[in-house]
Design a protein around this ligand. Structure first.
Ligand SMILES: N[C@@H](CCC(=O)N[C@@H](CS)C(=O)NCC(=O)O)C(=O)O
Length: 208
């Protein structure tokens, strides 16, 4: 049985939970991080010296970094599954979205999410939030353009790229105070990913 350490409202944990659902992998989840603590205890730090969530334990194998975990689970438990394509060009193309999501999208969208969802309205800095939202919007425009004439981010099937970008899209579309431009191809794709059981179970719940 796979054990996933991490609170259920963490986007990086949600990606892994959604991935398990796509792969039909049973797992146990243990709350850790923020109000649950545990991630700064020595036992946890021995597994994951970064003190961040998620961490996955699979027998005697321990792994942290959400996108690496997703790749591992797909390779280990469904090597021929389209989720992580075996064709090198399609795989590399999917991988670049995983890399881009952590290097570029998350740093841009984090202040927007924290500002609107985890900061009381009276304490928000409106100018900073507007600037952060505008930077994030530019990135969603990149994806909107990429999705023109495509059902999925890469190849002809749903892949890990759709999971990682879909998890952040849930935050972009879920913040009611945001004024979003019409991005029709992004919206069409997003409606598609919201239909998946793993999204509905682990990513759709209220932002917190
Ligand atoms: N790049 C890491 C980021 C991990 C990360 O920053 N996780 C956040 C939650 S999304 C965290 O641990 N926050 C501290 C906490 O929950 O206490 C990953 O993708 O796994």
């Amino acid at each position: 049985m796979i054990t996933i350490w991490g609170r259920a409202n963490s986007v990086n944990v949600q990606k892994v939970l959604w991935g398990c659902e796509e792969l039909n992998l049973p797992f146990d989840r243990i709350d850790a991080g923020m109000q649950y603590g545990r991630n700064n205890e020595s036992g946890y730090l021995a597994m994951n010296p970064t003190g961040r969530v998620p961490t996955v334990v699979d027998g005697d194998f321990v792994l942290w970094e959400s996108n690496s975990i997703l790749r591992y689970l797909a390779m280990q438990y469904a090597p021929h599954n389209a989720l992580y394509p075996s064709d090198p060009k399609t795989r590399a193309s999917a991988d670049r979205w995983l890399d881009w999501s952590l290097s570029t999208l998350q740093p841009a969208e984090r202040p927007v999410f924290w500002g609107y969802v985890r900061t009381p309205a009276a304490e928000r800095n409106a100018a900073q939030l507007a600037a952060a939202a505008s930077e994030t919007e530019k990135l969603w425009r990149v994806i909107d353009t990429h999705l023109k004439d495509r059902d999925y981010l890469e190849g002809n099937a749903f892949t890990l790229a759709d999971i990682v970008i879909g998890a952040y899209a849930r935050r972009w579309f879920g913040i009611t105070e945001l004024v979003r431009p019409a991005l029709p191809d992004l919206e069409r794709w997003y409606i598609g990913v919201t239909q998946r059981a793993g999204f509905q179970r682990h990513v759709a719940p209220a932002l917190s």
